[in-house]
Design a binder for this molecule. Sequence first.
Ligand code: GLA
Length: 392
Amino acid sequence: MTNNQYPESVIQAFRRHTGSDPAILVRAPGRINLIGEHTDYNEGFVLPAAIDKAVWFAVSARNDDLLHFQSINFQDVYSGEIKHFNITEKRWPNYLLGTISELRKDGFLPHGINVVFGGDIPTGAGLSSSAAVESGMLFALNDLFGFGISRPDLARLAQRAENNFVGMNCGIMDMFASLMGRADHALKLDCRSLEFEYFPVNLPDHTFVLCDSGVKHQLVDSEYNTRRRECEAGVAVLKTVFPDIQSLRDVELEMILSEKKRLTEVVYKRCLFVVEENKRVLSACNALKNNDLKRFGELLYQSHQGLQHGYQVTCPETDFLVEHALSDPDVPGARQMGGGFGGCTLNLVRREAVAGFQEKMRVLYKEKLKRSLVCYSVEITDGIEKVDFDAI
Ligand code: GLA
């Protein structure tokens, strides 16, 4: 089912580590986000999709209360006790420990486990490798111990693991996409109600290509939290005039325009971006429904411009990549994707032109910015699933 080396190396490492087969093998994909950036924590709309890059988990229950984790990517192991653990300096085990910590808070009590995991989602590229790890781990534990937790509730738990244990104040988009993705479909999610709808991504002549800028800004976490606070500050001011507002989700463009003087320039720009980005998600869904590639591409570019000038979370490298992609007639749309300050750009590229596009971008990036560019074509896949490891 896959030509990826990871499921096999995860299973082999598991057998070496424990002397037996895992009870369960789980594939937990990363995600792209077609449009709707920084809207999830403002209770707005997002349009992500799960992709063919994933983390694989081999897991079994133990007869004691010990935790044995092995990371293939970090070539490292962690051992501890399920009833007493703290955040670790190694960092990678924290994504697993966080899920156990949140399960226990809700009264679900897994006992000891063996976990071997690894995969091909690049880290720091904005493809949500950490959400895939948290969601995949929860999915495996839910299955193994029969907790009966629904997928949307697993997404909430995974978000809490990231917020409370890892300490990153992210929204729910990434976990929801990993758990609820569907092959060849984008997932429109209302981040307030968690209602969702699948939109077929019927692009016979086009595909999505990611250009990984290789930039991983240290700033991401602190700037992310600052943006959240700026949005909250905007809501607090607007609420004094429009008391029914709970979040930027409830704000109309006219409200921001009429109250512009009461908002600082920065807060005004942030609010405007979020309100417009929410509208773009709804328009993008219509464009997908109508197979209107041109409109869809324009919306991607408008989103990038908003991220660059309004929300100010892009960087010179991703701006460069988007500008150059858009001067190519084979690319109807492009934008920076994810939390920001680097990571990948998402490019909608004519299928026949993909190889030429990737080569051109790599050469340009090297020539002008003296940096190496890694490009990936991505396919939209199903969300987290249990995999029959005899078939691998
Ligand atoms: C990160 C967060 C998400 C979302 C995006 C921006 O990926 O994890 O919750 O806020 O940034 O859209």
